[in-house]
Design a protein. Structure first.
Length: 223
């Protein structure tokens, strides 16, 4: 059920994202329709090519290196993954170090490993494959649409810029209220909300969908 304050628009607009944060994933459950932007310019230092996990020393950012043309605008669908560095090995070793002791790592690691080392050429293809895997692991019986043109419709709830790893660029999201769940290093640094959804999947497993549902704030917003 969509909160009454969302009724003016039952649709949300997201960017692509690499192993996106929990906030991003809640939008697929909160809205009847979700569009993913395929015609924007690439935004550096965003979730489009990075995620944040819970490492042994606290939040750890994993970044996919990309190839882009200089001095001109770079449409997101043209962005290629740069394999000149061993980023796949770095990301996988970081994920293993962070989550090998979680309750569900052994259940889900093989499929994630296969996709991380799939050597996709385009960033959008890689991210969408991972998103589809996340949908399956969390048993999300929802769908999304890819935009056919750049969407500049104020009737949509637009999260393309506001769901951002940079705190200064984040915007208040009244509809997101993260629910606590068990995390491996919680005794060291406490609960860290809104990490990559893989943190939720490896720690909570099948209960992840319920946690996403409960992280959607319901009712009238305060304006």
């Amino acid at each position: 059920m969509i909160p009454s304050s969302m009724q003016r628009s039952e649709s949300a607009l997201l960017s692509i994202a690499y192993l996106p944060p929990v906030q991003y994933m809640t939008k697929f459950l909160a809205y009847e329709r979700v569009y993913i932007e395929m015609h924007e310019n690439f935004q550096k230092q965003s979730y489009r090519n990075r995620c944040v996990i819970y490492g042994a020393n606290g939040p750890l950012t994993l970044v996919i290196p990309v190839k882009k043309k200089h001095s001109i605008k770079n449409i997101i669908t043209d962005i290629r993954i740069d394999y000149n560095t061993e980023w796949q090995n770095i990301h996988w070793k970081s994920l293993v170090s962070a989550y090998q002791n979680t309750p569900f790592f052994e259940f889900y690691k093989d499929e994630l490993h296969e996709l991380i080392f799939s050597n996709d050429v385009l960033l959008v293809d890689f991210n969408l494959k991972l998103l589809d895997l996340i949908f399956r692991l969390l048993n999300l019986d929802k769908s999304y649409s890819l935009s056919k043109e750049y969407l500049n419709n104020t009737e949509l709830h637009d999260y393309r810029q506001s769901i951002n790893p940079k705190q200064r660029l984040q915007k208040s999201d009244w509809f997101f209220q993260p629910v606590r769940y068990q995390q491996v290093f919680v005794e060291r640094y406490g609960f860290i909300p809104n990490l990559s959804v893989v943190d939720l999947i490896f720690n909570a497993g099948p209960d992840g969908r319920r946690i996403l549902e409960e992280s959607i704030r319901r009712g009238q917003s305060i304006t």
